[in-house]
Each structure stands twice: as C-alpha cells, then as structure tokens.
Design a protein around this ligand. Structure first.
Ligand code: CS2
Ligand code: MG
Length: 403
C-alpha cells in the first residue's frame, strides 16, 4: 500500500488551517492537521522541503516505522514545528489504516470506553457579570463544564476575553504581534471573586475551569490555587510556564486545586517529572502537536499509571481534523477527563465536513471509517492564507512577560 502523493492545503475559512493529505496507490487517502497557530508556514516549509519527499513510496501501513523514521531519523528531535509535522503524517496514516479496515478510528484503537465525550465551553466577558451571563447561556445549551475568563479591572485586554462582549475570541488577530499589558497583582485580586460569585450562582455541580495562560510564578500560583479551593475547580490550567517541571512541586505542596498542563508540550519527555511525581492531574497536549495518535497514546498510558487524565487542548486554532481525531481518541482512552470545545465559524464547517455530533455539552463519535473528517479542496481554495500573529505581553513597566 504505497504512498503515491502527499501535499498540503493551506486555507483560511475564518482563520488559518494547514491540512496534510496523504494518498495511497489504491486511492484511499488520509488527512492530518498541521496547523501551528501564528507559525503556520514554518510547518508547511518543514514538511514540503524536508519530509514529504521521503514519505512518498513508503508503505502507509507502517505507521510506527514511519513515525520513528521522521522522529529519530531527522536527528534534530522534538520542538513544535517538527512534532506538528510528524503529527499530521501520523493522523493521516491512522485515518488511512482505519479506512482500509473499514472501521471508525476509535474501533481500531480498542473500541469505546464511553458513549459520549464531555466537553467544556469558553465563557468570557468584559467583567464578572457579563462572563456569568455567558455561563447561563451555556448551561441552558446543556454544557456541564465551563471555562471562565473575565476582564481584569485596570488592564485593557485580558487573555481569553473577546474584544466586545458576545464576540468570538480569536487571539491571532493582527499581522504583527499586538502588545498586551499584564498585572499579576490586579489579576490575583480579581480571579477568586469571579469564582466565588460563579459558585454561589450556579451551585455545586457545574464544573468550573480557568486558564492562567502561563503567567504566574510558582508561589503566586500556589496562592491562587489555595484561594480557589473553596470553589472546587475542575482544573486550574497552565498556572506557570512549565519549562521547569520541578516548579510544580511547590504549587502541589500548597494546594488541592487540580492542575492541568501541556497545551504547548510536544513530547512525553516534557511530562516525565510531572507525571512520575504526580504533580498534575490532566495532560493537555493535542494530537496535532504531540506526535499524533502514536505518541499521544503513550502519554495517556503513562499518565494513567498515576491517575492522571486527559483534557485535550481544543481551541479553534486546531482544525476540525484534529478535533475529529480527538473525539475518537476521547471515546476510546480509558483515562479520559474532558475535551475543550470552541465552536468553529460556519465558514470553517463549510470547508471541513465531519461526522462527529455535538449534543448537550458532549461530543458523539461518528461511525464512518477513519476519523470522519474531510476537506472540500475547491472551497478551501476560495480562502487564501492571511498572516496572523499571536500577541505578546508586557508588564505595566514594559518588561516582556509570558502571553
Ligand atoms: C488556550 C488557547 O485553549 C486554550 O486553553 O490556551 O486559546 C491558546 O491561547 C491558543 O491555542 C494559542 O494559539
Ligand atoms: Mg490554555
């Protein structure tokens, strides 16, 4: 089953997506997501210039060997560009294998562990009240889990909060990086109040989540985790920048608030200390950045030994191809926790068709062979790539900070 063709489709139906299509001699093809938000063309160049020529002619069934060929064989290991490229190939090959077996991907992985996949929605507002109105709407729609991000008084823009209430949040919205301002003090004074009011208004059952987006130091994160304990969060996400895995020990010693991390990780090695020493509760690396099904499955199995569950990153900057593969993975993986969900624009859904459904706050996997997501290449051509960068962050005195 030789691979005869492999090419990229770069399209911007609402926002930029990079899709890899791998075609075999029998005509069966597979799709993988190669989107790396704000750095899209680096993955395109890496694949086109260095990887795809060596993929042509290989046997599409040898997923494991192909993974190691492009991981070990590149000599230069890991990193977001390389791993996004390997992920796209891997997911396309799993799609092909499942189509050849005439099975939906979750069956090939081992069958279902659950009937539906719980998802959390983003609820944002310029202040606490408008954020809670969004929570109300989402609860009415059936969500059982919501992520709360509200504008911090005294700073002009806050991570996760749309420019105007009711608008869609899209961080990569200018050609060159926009500059945001950050104040840890103002933020720490505001967040516990948001969750106090939310818990009081919505009662004990709704799952509440929050994303710090890497901005605190370990001791500040420990303080926040402690302050949020009375409101029993489902998780506190990316509370510190995680290059130093040991820093989580300090946070863990101080708080029982569950911790999620890993949306910017791309390897099992990024997690070794965090998992082995039980310093976190959820792993977030998406299939499209963590080496595909082949490698993310190893992360999930390693995490399971320590009661750590999955909570895949799932904003709209990962394409429906990644989400489709994730819904299959989530349906299978024994130690599933939750799936992030940010609905796509109608335009995106016109270009990418999918057979998963979303009902009452849950994804329901489809039964089509493969991962069930396809692309309309003709429509994709109507929406050319537009350069768009993620913002940067500065402290009030001008110091460059984590965004
Ligand atoms: C985020 C993302 O979804 C999340 O939890 O942290 O919105 C993140 O900012 C983007 O994926 C960056 O591209
Ligand atoms: Mg996040």
């Amino acid at each position: 089953m030789k691979i005869t063709e492999a090419y990229l489709i770069v399209t911007s139906p609402g926002r930029n997506f990079v899709t890899l299509k791998v075609v075999t001699e029998s005509g069966v093809y597979g799709l993988g997501d190669a989107t790396l938000n704000g750095r899209e063309l680096s993955v395109v160049a890496y694949l086109e210039e260095h990887v795809l020529p060596a993929l042509i002619g290989r046997d599409a069934r040898q997923i494991e060997d192909i993974w190691h060929f492009f991981y070990r064989g590149a000599y230069w290991r890991r990193g977001p560009v390389t791993m996004a490229a390997i992920s796209a190939i891997d997911v396309a090959l799993w799609d092909i294998k499942a189509k050849m077996a005439n099975m939906p991907l979750y069956q090939l992985l081992g069958g279902r562990s659950r009937d539906r996949v719980m998802a959390y929605a983003h609820c944002t507002g310029s202040d606490i009240e408008s954020c809670l109105q969004e929570v109300e709407k989402h609860v009415e729609q059936g969500y059982r889990a919501v992520r709360l991000q509200a504008g911090v008084p005294g700073i002009p823009t806050t991570y996760g909060v749309a420019k105007n209430d009711g608008e869609r949040y899209e961080p990569a919205d200018s050609e060159l990086p926009a500059e945001h301002v950050w104040s840890t003090e103002k933020y720490l004074n505001h967040v516990p109040e948001l969750f106090r009011v939310a818990r009081e208004r919505f009662g004990p059952d709704l799952h509440l989540l929050h994303d710090v987006h890497h901005r605190l130091t370990p001791i500040e994160a420990a303080r926040l985790g402690k302050a949020l304990e009375p409101y029993h969060l489902f998780w506190l996400e990316d509370c510190v920048a995680a290059e130093n895995q040991d820093s989580f020990r300090l946070i863990r010693q101080h708080t029982t608030t569950p911790l999620a991390v890993g949306e910017v990780f791309n390897s099992i090695h990024d997690y070794r200390t965090l998992i082995e020493q039980q310093l976190i509760d959820y792993v977030r690396t998406p299939i499209s950045h963590g080496g595909g099904i082949t490698h993310v499955r190893r992360i999930a199995d390693f995490a399971a030994l320590y009661h750590i569950r999955t909570g895949f990153h799932g904003p709209t900057d990962l394409s429906p191809v990644c989400l489709g593969a994730a819904v299959h993975f989530d349906t299978w993986v024994p130690n599933f926790g939750i799936q992030e969900h940010m609905p796509y624009e109608a335009l995106t859904d016109e270009v990418f068709s999918h057979d998963y459904r979303f009902e009452n706050g849950h994804f329901i996997v489809g039964e089509k062979p493969g991962h069930g997501v396809d692309i309309d290449e003709e429509k994709a051509r109507l929406y050319p790539y537009r350069p768009a960068s993620l913002p940067v962050n500065r402290l009030e005195d001008g110091t460059l900070w984590h965004w």
